[in-house]
Design a protein. Sequence first.
Lengths: 585, 313
Amino acid sequence: MRNIFTTVVLLLSAVLLSSGCTKKQDVNEKVLNLVSPAEIKGYDPIQADDLYSGREISKIYEGLLQYHWLKMPYELVPNLAESMPEISKDGITYTFKIRKGVKFQDDAAFPGGKGRELTAQDFVYSIKRLADSKNQATGWWVLDGKLAGLNEWREKNGKLPASNYDEEVEGIKALDNYTLQFKLAKKFPQFMYSLAMPFTYVVAKEVVAKYGKEFINHPVGTGPYVLPIFDQGKKITYTKNPTFREKLYPSDASPELKHLLGDAGKRLPLVDKVVVHVMKETQPAWLKLNKGEIDYYSVPKDNFASAIKDNKLTPDLAKKGFILEIAPALDVTYTAFNFENKLFHNKKLRQAMYLAFDEKKSNELFYNNTAFPAQSIIPPGIAGNIKDYLNPYKGLKLEEAKKMLAEAGYPEGKGLPELKYDIPDSTVSRQSGEFFQQQMAQIGVKIKIVTSPWPEFQAKVKKKAVEIYGLAWGADYPDAENFLQLFYGPNKSPGANGSNYDNPEFNKQFEDAVVMQDSPERTAKYEKLNKFLAEEVVAMFGVHRQSYILEHGWLKNYHPTDLHHDAVQYLNIDTAKKAELLKNF
Amino acid sequence: MNMYAYIIRRLLYVIPVLLGVCLVIFVLFNLVAPDPAFILLGKHATQQQIAELHHELGMDKPFFVQYLDTVKTAFTFDFGYSWASKQNIWQMIKAGAGPSLSVTGPLFVISNIVAISIALLVAFYRGKFIDKFFLILSIAGMSIPSLAVVLFGQWFFAFKLGWFEISGYENGFPDFIPYVILPVILYVFISFGGDTRFYRTVILDEAYQDYVRTARSKGLSELKVMFKHVLKNSMIPILTQIIIQIPYLILGLIFAESFFSIPGLGAMTINAINNSDFPVIKAMTILSAVAFILFGVITDVLYTVVDPRMKLK
């Protein structure tokens, strides 16, 4: 018995010794270690409706266009397209030349396991796949009603047992192997942005056919990295695509990004391997960053005070070579009114509520005073945002708010029913709900907080079953249309206009503006619409948030960005510096 | 009663239990859970897309037909595909079972060995310093929230001292070992208090029985009395306590898997709940129900082995 016990103890000790309690990092290997704070839904471009899945998909798949890595404001440049498209004078027809010699990654779906050349037909197939109602694509909205004949194709084929991908659609045609033509149903210059979004990335028909339902877990694209299979694990390891075309690091940059030109002209991607750690909890990710096991991470709310003082890194972190990146996000937080409820047609009531809200205190409590107060819906960095504009109804002006409430017909809140404020059931949302309740109580407006899990909250908004609710909107593309459409009548719930605001005059002006090409005239129109929404107080606009990101000194070429899903190919690791800096850890 | 007949009879109980489980999960999914269409289709979903997805998922069928589909799944174990990840659910379970068991397996063995050994020790020295020392330690273990233990453990042992990995997981033996040591140690501490107090009470209950006094009066050594008589006769509640833990081994540790980024079944179940992924929720609930019934039968059979006075009826 004693012998058996001794043997077991010895065996266990041997296993522990051989495996060790920790793994050592190989600092000479060019590996990027990144964090995804949410689960990845899979690798089907047409389902990439969340930021994190979009980022992973963009390591493997590519689109016709992309955003220039070193240009701000965002600028579209060709990716799989050889050049920017030729646009007809009426703004309806877009003709692209496809880059020659681009190969799909090697996979068993192709004859002999060797990836074949990309052609214009692949784009036609991929766009139809996005439109095919059988695929339930979350990205269909980007092309819904945009391309001539595509909605009709979708409707007709939705009724058939199998969709006919060979049927010609007027709006998307392969003129030859390397020429692709889009024909819009009506003028819509924002269409170009959709060609840089993951939804329209190109996939190969053979791969979709081979893997069927599980295509989502077998990514095969033309991009810089390969992932043989996605197993829904917590660690995703990509390796360099050996057949990736010659794509070079950009050689020009906006003035504020010129310092990132060190790798100009080098062949992409710059690192051999990318490891993405799926970590929902912030504490382990923060500890890993501080141990040098991940390369950059957003500063968690609870660690903010210990890491940043007066918008600068604490000396401890600075000594370890950390760099703080602060970047405004293209977003807006807002408290929306549901205009289906006639009560909110009373403009003075909305204005009174906005005037009673202390946005400075809110910024301090919920954003560590790091966010920009949102004077209107369009964030800075997007044409249509009015520089130095101050919304007359924003900011705590209690006496004015009380007066306005009386003018609205509810002196000291008398006669006003208790209003329901819907929020998701997270701790921070609850706290912000309670803060809102306190603020409104100052003028006698009674608020009842209603919390629901996020999906149920979304469902309530879509079903118009809310009165007031808090939400944030992040840009899908850098155009004011993406924000203004949140109040466009035809987009009412279950569309993106969860406020159900429907003003014929605003709708008309919006329709006129969005079909214009980018120009000072269009910007003026956007500004007018933006100001109109702000002063109508169609919602109580909160803040435009900022990202506070800590990166290690050995990480090269990084800058925070909302829309560069494909950023990883440009990032680099200075291995010598990493070895040196790690000595301080 | 013949043991085999008993086992067969108990296994037949699976049928009404599964019907009940199906009814409960079906009602919960349809009445309480949020509509998966809003999660699966994203923020731009239109009413038409929602209706199409409901049709695709069979959510527009009459309730009775949907319930029958759930029952069919429960009895055929054909769980189909996840709505969210589109993966075959059996493959997802196979992939998650290994990581879950690599934590829960050692945790189960070590925590029970530690708790029973210490319970025997403190029962042996009841009222003495060692008993009081472990009493305080047990109460501390039970009082400190598990979140605090995990946060402190990760920060102190993994980050400050650098003894263990902070989080993560590698598939395959022995690669996973560095990643599971810390969660196992922390969870042994978390479960230590409750388990030790329970086993101590059970052992002390037995230690005051007449036959123990007789054994002592016969001149048997305390060690022999404790191990040969007291422990053996305390086995019924100990076995129950141990075997009831086994289904949880399969389900994984939901909280630990999230904090230590272990791709196990606990994390999978939580994701499924967050995404209203009904096929995965259904699969995990049905498997848990079956596991509880099976291990209940095993416990009953083992009772007769450790205590021949017990009869199966």
